[in-house]
Design a protein around this ligand. Structure first.
Ligand code: CTP
Length: 409
């Protein structure tokens, strides 16, 4: 199969150096990348770097390779065009259809998905001119990702930081898989998502935990934010993951802490998604000091007590119109298959949507791809949709498609 062809446009901002990481991530995951910088971008990163990393020549203007009609061909041949970083100037030129260099020509000739990843100072991002340009581009169906908050050039801090390069590569993969996957249909919707695995302390150094990586919850947060939602992510121990751009993250540890944070966030949330692996039990006692082995004492026995079922509590206290999404990790056994267990769980938990992952044998935990079913409560039509095996962002998209349908009614 031909490699997907990605055009990586690079704007003239200090974050241009991070485009090299995006380029690396894309080529290493099997994409053919053509870099099209602006002249200004070459003040930050030299053409030789882009040529060496992409394996293609790099031009900025329309007067090179003229017989090949490059200014039309580069855009027409692309499967995806990404602009990293998108400066305020580039967003303005794109919004108004200017075509004064190879990149802006490419943006006008592209018939594939186009995504902008802005980076600029907060004042520029918040300026009405930029807001209007972003709104115009989004209204035309282009993706303008939310920038991150944090350290900017110099001593400044605030919104306008380029999204994490790993996030950008992940979104590129999602856009190539499902070009229509990122509408702004969740604009104005507040969502709370739990992710990761809780830890129940036995003593100051030991705990009972589980193998959840948190990647699925983070993917749900990332995709919801890019579709316009206002997202709070409650993260219990995850592997090291980039912070999704535009998402407020609260870190917790135990099931009870997670419960408190989820209930607080759900008070004004339209949608709550319980993607975290919550420990059903915790040690009845937590030792203040490290538990020591001793030849004089019998070996310790751990007594477990039940943790609250947060999903069940959410369903019990749900606000009018609030949508609650649960996850079920099932292996199937002699009493029934994965789907039979899942249907029973949907009924028992009383949530509106249940995402069902088949687990075991390397499926779902600690892996990049996920698949399963999406079950809708009988009262809401009882649909049972298979989710084909794909990236965790693709599964997240399927969940938000279903939520979006429910919120539209
Ligand atoms: N969950 C929760 N609180 C718990 C345990 C689970 O909110 N104490 C949530 C999970 O986040 C998930 C859903 O409930 O969305 C299903 O979790 P799972 O562990 O599969 O379900 P259980 O009810 O524990 O069922 P069982 O262990 O019997 O399979």
């Amino acid at each position: 199969m031909d490699k997907p062809r990605v055009v990586l446009g690079v704007g003239g901002g200090i974050a241009a150096y991070k485009a090299c990481e995006v380029l690396r991530g894309l080529t290493e995951s099997g994409h053919d990348v053509r870099v099209v910088p602006t002249d200004a971008a070459l003040n930050f990163v030299g053409a030789a770097t882009f040529e060496a990393l992409s394996g293609h020549p790099v031009h900025t203007g329309v007067f090179t390779e003229v017989p090949d009609v490059q200014h039309v061909r580069v855009g027409k041949d692309a499967d995806l065009v990404m602009v990293v970083p998108a400066t305020a100037d580039l967003l303005a030129r794109a919004a108004h259809g200017l075509a004064d260099d190879l990149l802006t020509n490419t943006l006008l000739t592209a018939r594939c998905p186009v995504a902008f990843f802005p980076a600029m100072h907060t004042e520029m991002w918040e300026h009405p001119a930029t807001r209007d340009n972003v709104a115009l581009l989004r209204a035309r169906g282009l993706l303008v990702a939310e920038p991150d908050s944090g350290r900017l050039t110099g001593v400044d801090n605030g919104k306008g930081r380029l999204a994490d390069p790993r996030e950008i590569v992940d979104l590129a993969r999602l856009l190539l898989a499902e070009p229509a996957a990122l509408p702004r249909d969740l604009t104005g919707i507040r969502v709370a998502i739990s992710a990761g695995g809780t830890r129940e302390a036995l003593d100051p150094v030991r705990y009972l935990g589980n193998r959840s990586s948190g990647k699925q919850g983070y993917a749900l947060a990332r995709v919801a934010a890019q579709r316009g939602a206002d997202v709070t992510l409650i993260a219990a121990h995850t592997v090291a993951l980039p912070q999704p751009a535009g998402v407020e993250v609260r870190h917790v540890s135990s099931a009870r802490e997670l419960g408190e944070a989820v209930h607080a966030a759900s008070a004004d949330a339209d949608v709550v998604v319980m993607a975290a692996a919550v420990a059903d039990f915790r040690p009845a006692e937590r030792a203040d000091h490290k538990i020591k082995k001793s030849d004089d004492q019998p070996d310790p026995t751990i007594t477990l007590v039940r943790n609250p079922d947060i999903l069940a509590e959410l369903v019990k206290n749900r606000r009018e119109g609030q949508i609650i999404v649960g996850f079920a990790a099932e292996t199937g056994d002699e009493a029934g298959g994965v789907l039979e267990h899942a249907r029973a769980k949907l009924k028992r938990k009383g949530c509106d949507l249940l995402v069902v992952n088949a687990v075991g044998d390397g499926k779902a935990f600690e892996v990049e791809d996920n698949g399963g079913w999406l079950l809708t409560a009988p009262a809401l039509g009882g649909a049972e949709r298979p989710i084909p095996l794909g990236s965790k962002s693709q599964l997240a998209s399927a969940v938000w498609d279903a939520v979006s349908e429910l919120t539209a009614h």
